[in-house]
Design a protein around this ligand. Structure first.
Ligand code: HEM
Length: 392
């Protein structure tokens, strides 16, 4: 059998498939060592969940991205509380949650439906449709911009900058200089927005965050700015890829596509979240010496957790490699687990369901042209950059 080699940078091709490698990691090397990139990887469901829930030993202080430790302090601060441990994390998350309430999210449904209808209609009227560029990438940006309070005229520019900041050259393992410049420009936009809302409060998230208070504690301007950056980074690209993956995997499984068209959008979203995990790698840093499955891990080790491998663990999911909308849903960890559990999970699920409902309401069937499709070049999100679709 070939040597077992795993790097999160290996899966950039359109047909790339990390799942056979994940299966081998789970079975043969549950604590896998990559010397060159200096990390250890955990792939079994039980190990990944335990690490996600144990922020005392598996710290987020260096951020959840494999590269973040080399970004420098300014860029690191922009990661906000996703790169903090309790108690700092608890404080920030508590304050932010005051503005980001389930009610605020639920109230967005009719707005999301309106945005989804508009983009689906505009795309279908064009004839040639790229499901990702014309539909899946537009809806989350518009929804977050609306929630946050970004003026309409600035939304396209924000999407461009956020895309640039996430982009990696093919095979590239570092943020590009252009990406870093885009990140700083993005932060500048948010700083302007926050200064503006300090002077003129409106009915939006930025204003709510500036007013949020827990036991006399409030957020400083730079903390709000970093959080806005986190929202845009964590909330756009991820939801876009979930949508693209849903369309792709339904297309690959015509029997499941038929179910998707029969009003099963909720199940379509859930099974896609499990089957092709959008955020496949999450970094933690070990705070003490540890031993796992007989392997000694020194304090300071970089630990790559693989929710993508965990979501296909046969110890937890029956027939994990089958894409099946009718399955009973289990402990899928696509939104993480423990203290950093995704703050936007209900928003992402809502946006994805509503978009797929609006899309399938307008077409009777679709076909994909994979010869013109391309994948996102990033180890942090799994999905498509372009997905040309012909609708019937
Ligand atoms: C955290 C996935 C959409 C905001 C996370 C984490 C995951 C994740 C895995 C945990 C990171 C960690 O443990 O280090 C996803 C996926 C999404 C999605 C797959 C879409 C399909 C969103 C949306 C928003 C959002 C729409 C907001 C608008 C956040 C925030 C955190 C987070 C703020 C940090 C939470 C914390 O550190 O306490 N997300 N996310 N996400 N997500 Fe999401």
């Amino acid at each position: 059998m070939a040597d077992l080699e795993f790097s999160p940078y290996d899966f950039y091709g359109v047909d790339s498939d990390p799942y056979p490698v994940y299966a081998r990691l789970r079975a043969e090397a549950p604590v896998y060592r990559n010397e060159e990139l200096d990390f250890w990887a955990l792939s079994r469901h039980g190990d990944v969940v335990a690490a996600l829930r144990d922020s005392r030993r598996f710290s987020s202080a260096n951020g959840p991205l494999l590269e973040a430790s080399v970004w420098g302090p300014a860029a690191r601060r922009a990661l906000s509380f996703i790169a903090m441990d309790p108690p700092d994390h608890t404080r920030m998350r508590g304050l932010v949650s005051r503005g980001f309430t389930p009610r605020r999210v639920a109230e967005l449904e009719s707005h999301i439906r309106e945005v989804a209808r508009r983009h689906v209609d505009t795309a279908l009227a064009k004839g040639e449709v790229d499901f990702v560029g014309d539909i899946a990438a537009r809806i989350p940006t518009d929804v977050i911009s609306e929630l946050v309070g970004v003026p309409e005229a600035e939304r396209g520019e924000l999407r461009r900058l956020a895309d640039l900041a996430m982009h990696r050259e093919p095979g590239g393992r570092e943020m590009t200089a252009e990406g870093l410049a885009a990140l700083m420009e993005l932060i500048g936009h948010f700083a302007d927005l926050v200064s503006d809302r300090r002077l003129r409060r409106q009915d939006d998230l930025v204003s709510a965050l500036l007013e949020a208070e827990v036991e006399g504690d409030r957020l400083r301007d730079e903390e709000v700015v970093a959080f806005l950056h986190l929202l845009v980074g964590a909330g756009n690209e991820t939801t876009t890829n979930l949508l693209g993956n849903a369309v792709y995997w339904a297309w690959r499984h015509p029997d499941q596509k038929a179910l998707a068209f029969e009003g099963r959008a909720r199940e379509w979203v859930e099974e896609t979240l499990r089957y092709d995990t959008v955020a496949p790698t999450l970094l933690r840093t070990l705070t003490c010496d540890a031993e796992l499955h007989g392997v000694k891990l020194p304090s300071g080790s970089r630990i790559v957790l693989l929710p993508g491998a965990a979501n296909r663990d046969p110890a937890v999911f029956a027939e994990p490699d089958r894409y099946a909308l009718e399955r009973e849903f289990g402990p899928v960890i696509s939104f993480g687990s423990g203290p950093h559990f995704c703050l936007g999970a209900s928003l992402a699920r809502l946006e994805a369901r509503v978009t797929l409902e609006e899309f399938t309401a307008r077409v009777t069937d679709f076909d994909l042209d994979m010869s013109r499709a391309s994948r996102r070049q990033s180890p942090y999100v799994r999905g498509f950059a372009t997905l040309p679709v012909a609708v019937m």
